[in-house]
Write a protein that binds this ligand. Sequence first.
Ligand SMILES: Nc1ncnc2c1ncn2[C@@H]1O[C@H](COP(=O)(O)OP(=O)(O)OP(=O)(O)O)[C@@H](O)[C@H]1O
Ligand SMILES: [Mg+2]
Length: 355
Amino acid sequence: MANIFSNSVENHILKDERFLYPDYVPEKLPFRDEEIEELVFALKPLSVGKKPTHVFIYGSPGTGKTVSLKFVLKELEEFSDRVKGVYINCFEFSSRHSILAKLTNAFGYPVSERGVSTEEIFDRFVAVLKSKKITPFVIFDEAEQLLNDDSKKLLYDLSRLPEQFKINIGLAFISNDNFFLSKLDDRVRSSLQASSICFEKYTHVELKEILNERAKFAFYPNVLSDGVIGLCAAHASKNNGDARVAIDVLLKSARIAERANSKKIEAVHVRKSFMQEKVVKVELTSTLSEKEKLILDYLTKNNGVDSGEIYSALKNKFAERTLRQAITDLEEKKLIRLEKIQKGKGGFSRVIFKN
Ligand SMILES: Nc1ncnc2c1ncn2[C@@H]1O[C@H](COP(=O)(O)OP(=O)(O)OP(=O)(O)O)[C@@H](O)[C@H]1O
Ligand SMILES: [Mg+2]
């Protein structure tokens, strides 16, 4: 009997879909020249073993923070063999112990995570760095996961390496939380002296160009009907200017078009991909806790409320701590988003929107 996969659709639209994968690092990053230039300026001393400026990169989801840092890291390692980069996703590694073990491993000195004390690993890390003429550049992505006492101590240790051990190191922190630095202890913040770089949301026009650039490599020629890129960009623009959403919708639409045996991606395929997304959203919504549902209901009627207002409106229903947790959970599920909005002179407030 024929294998059930032997009849599956042929690729006549997607030449190489890997160019549309979220972890692909493109050669060109349109609209990030200035941010990349600032990163280069801050990090260049690393290439000659000198002290760089640490950096803090913040901005909404899908604004190119991770991809830009990975791009800069790749270029830096190609430019100088004195630098070694280590990329850490703090959702996976957030304890001082696990991060130090990962760093020490990356420098060619394997330590098992178990059976060795954190202090021992730290000593080994310092010894390894002293014995090599290589400067580490560590990227902490999703850095808000490091706001526990244990990992704050790690940041303190790392920031003090130059003074304490004459070891230079470059640190980059990436977060959606604009206030990450201010949540660190004064002494850590003052040792870090990090320079902040904001990644703004992309506009509709910018998203279009980003998509066109990626499409050049991912698709066979002439497979995009007029308006398809614009439609994907408009959808992402409504979803907070998130380039990830734009690229994902384009890939999904291409698959739908191939499955339908169409020669081109048409607007109808893009609309179908929006529908798929909605189904996922509905499924996700059905798994929410009562508290999360309550918040979403409140936001349906009062979208764009000040966080203080939602606390006072719902305070009779649950404790503030629980409410805060539910808001964080909903944000992680990308069902709501928090934006910092200027209020009068000098003041800011956090406003919650339903996505
Ligand atoms: N200027 C750009 N040019 C090309 N692709 C881009 C650009 N900006 C972002 N992308 C793509 O958009 C997607 C999301 O980007 P990235 O992962 O860097 O976002 P992020 O800012 O780190 O988001 P989050 O805060 O959710 O982690 C990736 O596929 C990335 O390659
Ligand atoms: Mg990221």
